[in-house]
Write a protein that binds this ligand. Structure first.
Ligand code: NAD
Ligand code: DAU
Length: 336
């Protein structure tokens, strides 16, 4: 099988590329990534020498490029990760989210339709379901209720992708996963930001009361779920992929403080995120039943592995926390 992976230099995309190259002999991977601030070829240093791997720097919105890659690389399937992925950045500036997440996805869908591509997996998020009141969990039939420009752009791309199944017969499935964590995650997201700040003795900024709930999924578990959807999922179907690990943010941060040995005095309450979703909760019963997938990593072990990785890779952290990151940090946290 020849795969075109989009956004393979990002956090989850690079975990997927590493997983496929390590476990699926005979599968070739072409990684199309424009290398935004979140794309980092260091994440794929081990893959770079693999004979079944090729990197192409380019924008998913460049449809002629996508079509030519599908033809020249004899691509059988697209696994589409590329996105602007951070809620706070979508609040500071939303347009790039629609350029990539909606129009970029449209370009891939049109390229897939024109070239009669055999298979397409569109990687999405539980964030499209919005706040879920306890004790409910969203299944795949839940209405989409986007709260942030990021989730609106992802909901838009989900609907677009599913419309290409109904209207053009594309063999496409959608995945919706909960909050991922693990090595190589850009330190703008809660867990890597809190770990790297704790290790550097910087303040840990908690939005509002810190009682917002997220369901934590180790990125490698997510990637096994995407592989299951790629190889066993049905056209037009959506599959939730969750971690079975719901925790309030403040609890996650306390565990990070305990595991890093950083003092509680680093905890700092800052102004809440506008439109902040209070609770995400989803059921992955469909993926478990129909694909035989379930998460295997428990949170304690996954968090320990993740902290160990950030401790062992201060160079990676320092390079990604350079100039542009400092500008973003000042814009996002300076006024709070
Ligand atoms: P990320 O921000 O770490 O990586 C995104 C990658 O996409 C980067 O390598 C970037 O360079 C690339 N990219 C961005 N715009 C592009 C463009 N126009 N053309 C080509 N490449 C482009 O993101 P992530 O956290 O790895 O998320 C990957 C996917 O998974 C996204 O679609 C996201 O919505 C989804 N998702 C993420 C999470 C999470 O917790 N991080 C949870 C569920 C779903
Ligand atoms: O649910 C899946 C989604 O999870 C993905 O679609 C997104 O790509 C991913 O970014 C993530 O979105 P969240 O907004 O939930 O993740 P984030 O890490 O930004 O925040 C997690 C929680 O922590 C959220 O309630 C906000 C809070 N938070 C976050 C940061 C960065 C803080 O309290 N302080 C912070 O500094």
């Amino acid at each position: 099988m020849n795969l075109l992976v989009t956004g393979g230099a990002g956090f989850i995309g690079s975990a997927f590329v590493r997983l496929v190259l390590a476990t699926q002999p005979g599968v070739r991977v072409v990684n199309l990534d424009s290398l935004t601030y979140a794309g980092n070829l260091e994440n794929l240093a081990a893959a770079a020498e693999h004979p079944g791997y090729r990197f192409v720097r380019g924008d998913i919105a460049d449809q002629p490029l996508v079509e030519s890659l599908i033809a020249s690389e004899k691509v059988d399937a697209i696994v589409h990760f590329a996105a602007e992925s951070h809620v706070d950045r979508s609040i500071l500036s939303s347009k790039p989210f629609f350029d990539t997440n909606v129009l970029g996805t449209l370009s891939l869908l049109d390229a897939a339709r024109k070239t009669k591509l055999a298979r397409f997996v569109h990687v999405s998020t539980d964030e499209v379901y919005g706040d879920i009141d306890p004790p409910h969990e969203a299944d795949e039939q839940f209405p989409l209720r986007a709260s942030s420009p990021y989730s609106a752009s992802k909901a838009g791309s989900d609907l677009l992708a599913l419309s290409y199944v109904r209207t053009f017969g594309l063999n496409l499935s959608v995945t919706r996963a909960s909050n991922n964590y693990g090595p190589f995650q850009f330190p703008e997201k809660l867990i890597p930001l809190m770990i790297s700040n704790a290790l550097e003795g910087r303040p840990l900024p908690i939005y509002g009361d810190g009682l917002q709930v997220r369901d934590w999924l180790f990125a490698d578990d997510h990637c096994r779920g995407i592989w299951a959807v790629l190889t066993k999922g049905a056209a037009g179907e959506v599959y939730n992929i969750g971690g079975n690990c719901s925790l309030p943010n403040i609890e996650v941060v306390h565990r990070i403080l305990a595991a890093t040995g950083a003092p509680e005095s680093l905890l700092t309450t800052v102004a809440d995120r506008p439109g902040h979703d209070r609770r995400y909760a989803l059921t992955s019963a469909k993926a478990e039943r129909e694909l035989g997938w379930s998460p295997v990593m428990n949170f304690e072990e996954g968090l320990r592995l993740t902290i160990d990785w950030y401790r062992a890779n201060p160079g990676w952290v320092q390079r990604v926390k350079s100039g542009a990151y400092r500008d973003y940090y000042a814009r996002n946290y300076g006024a709070r």
